[in-house]
Design a protein around this ligand. Structure first.
Ligand SMILES: [Zn+2]
Length: 132
């Protein structure tokens, strides 16, 4: 597979985070500060290391949350979330089912999508020698 092996105990702990569904904003910001610099690389699911976004897919939404205008095809599944008054589209990892965030339709061209991620569900793997 070539993906990083995660010890079983760590996986269980991460899955608990992923399955909570909602994550505090401050923690997400701290976690993603480095990842959202100028480096090029790959964002993988924190639960199972499935690649889900590339750094080329991210944009500055101004919300403080990691945001992407698209995702790697077929690596997320979506479902409707009725926790708020307006239904939101929740998305989660197809492999481990970990909750990652919500998709909104107010993003930039060409997709006009905004994949808002809770931050802790991602791990960032910089591409060696490809700092932008
Ligand atoms: Zn996963």
């Amino acid at each position: 597979m070539g993906l990083v092996d995660i010890p079983q105990a760590t996986q269980v702990r991460l899955l608990r985070v992923l399955q909570e569904g909602e994550v505090k904003r401050v923690g997400a910001n701290d976690t993603m500060k480095v990842a959202f610099g100028t480096e090029g690389g790959l964002f993988v699911c924190a639960g199972c290391s499935l690649p889900v976004f590339t750094s080329a897919m991210k944009f500055d939404s101004g919300t403080g949350w990691p945001s992407f205008f698209t995702s790697i095809p077929n690596h997320f599944a979506t479902s409707q979330d009725h926790k708020m008054i307006l239904a939101r589209t929740e998305y989660h990892c197809v492999r481990c089912g970990g909750h990652h965030g919500h998709v909104f339709d107010d993003g930039p061209a060409p997709t006009h999508q905004r994949w808002c991620n809770n931050g802790v569900s991602l791990r960032f793997i910089p591409t060696p020698g490809k700092a932008a």
